[in-house]
Design a protein around this ligand. Structure first.
Ligand code: ADP
Ligand code: CIR
Length: 366
């Protein structure tokens, strides 16, 4: 079994130069591991072995994987995030002194002549005392949701939060039917059925769907916590407006509240910061995005031109329904800085503001 997988990795190494995980797999290092560690590391690579066209090709399956398999993951991280091998990450939400920040510290899109936009900032978090989603059993998923259901009671009782929890788990007291679930997906509140993602399926992250899956939504719908997606928790603030600080600051204070709820301890790595399933998200786990109409840059009905302009600016372009979805009929796209690792939270949100300024200028020049 192990020998078969090693042979597959070796074949992919020769044929798939863009699959980072197989390219970073070192058989000599692998040979030094105990049998238990060998199977743990191979499990991390399963998604990239089953999906040769993977860009990253691996997911961490235990909170300690990044540290336990540092000789592998430090290579993967260096290659994907274009940082030196052994680079260390620092988390920092303070906007003070961030390059490109307007003097008054306010990241207001109205200053760029833009109308109110849908703004969203999310970050991933995983609980220290559970395996990461790729290695969870059905029972783990249900227990994690139970733990969070109790934690959400604290938020629901607070005047600034309120709201409710929606569960997809059959038999859960907060269970919702298919139509309610679809309504939440359409409103960009809830995540899509993970079974349709072949990477998450091969990684074991989509397993046992829909058990242990759900989301907490605040009374004003601006603060949301996903339970049981690619990370145990995806914590986000979302709002229509022009001042990016509003969602960023709210997310920071909400995170502090959640982190202080008794019994919740998040996984951090001393060298790598916030621990996430996917190495693409490691460090901050943060994606800050806006929905913005770029009718000229998408005049051909595709995001090809917008992507070509956005990439050198360090920006990703997604569709209006999120990753792997089409752009809006009016040319609306989802723009976010691509970097998550070896960048601070404050730098990410400022990078979104600066990037939108540049992209909007290109749109206006077209
Ligand atoms: P993630 O952002 O967690 O990596 P996706 O790209 O799949 O995952 O997006 C998840 C959901 O969040 C989708 O419904 C997407 O449309 C929504 N979304 C992302 N950014 C925004 C935004 N700025 N405004 C409104 N909805 C957004
Ligand atoms: C790949 O390796 O290409 C896929 N597993 C997707 C990587 C992008 N990461 C992500 O969506 N979090």
């Amino acid at each position: 079994m192990t020998a078969d997988l090693i042979a597959k990795i070796e074949t992919l190494k020769a044929t798939r130069p863009n699959n980072i995980a197989v390219q970073c797999f070192d058989p000599v290092y692998f040979g030094t591991l105990s049998n238990a560690h060998k199977s743990r590391l191979l499990k991390c690579l399963n998604s990239g072995i089953e999906n040769p066209d993977s860009e990253m090709g691996c997911y961490a399956c235990q909170p300690s994987d990044y540290d336990d398999f540092k000789p592998f993951f430090s290579k993967v991280l260096a290659r994907y995030h274009k940082v030196p091998e052994g680079a260390r990450h620092t988390n920092d939400w303070s906007l003070k002194g961030v390059d490109g920040l307007p003097e008054d510290g306010v990241l207001d899109f109205a200053r760029l002549g833009l109308p109110a936009l849908s703004m969203r900032v999310r970050t991933g978090r995983n609980l220290k005392d559970f395996p990461l989603p790729g290695s969870m059993t059905k029972d783990d998923r249900i227990r994690l949701e139970e733990k969070m259901t109790t934690a959400f009671k604290t938020l629901i009782a607070m005047p600034d939060y309120g709201g409710r929890y929606y569960s997809l788990t059959p038999g859960h007291p907060c269970f919702i039917d298919d139509a309610t679930y679809q309504g939440l997906v359409d409103a960009h509140i809830m995540f899509k059925n993970m079974d349709s993602d072949r990477f998450l399926t091969a990684a074991g992250i989509a397993a046992d769907w829909p058990y242990g899956r759900g989301c907490y939504v605040s009374a004003d719908k601006g603060f949301i916590i996903w339970v049981g997606e690619e990370d145990h928790l995806r914590i986000m603030c979302m709002q229509h407006g022009t001042v990016l600080n509003d969602v960023f600051d709210r997310l920071k204070s909400a995170l502090d509240v959640v982190e202080n709820i008794e019994g919740l301890e998040f996984a951090y790595s001393a060298d790598y910061g916030v621990v996430t399933s996917c190495p693409t998200n490691l460090g901050t786990g943060m994606r800050a995005s806006v929905h913005i109409a770029l009718p000229k840059l998408t005049a051909d009905g595709t995001d090809t031109r917008a992507k070509a302009i956005a990439k050198p600016l360090g920006l990703s372009v997604r569709g209006v329904g999120g990753e792997h979805t089409p752009i809006g009929a009016d040319g609306t796209v989802d723009i976010s800085p691509a970097a998550r690792f070896c960048i601070t939270e404050a730098e990410i949100v400022t990078a979104l503001y600066k990037g939108i300024a540049l992209l909007n200028a290109k749109e206006n020049q077209s």
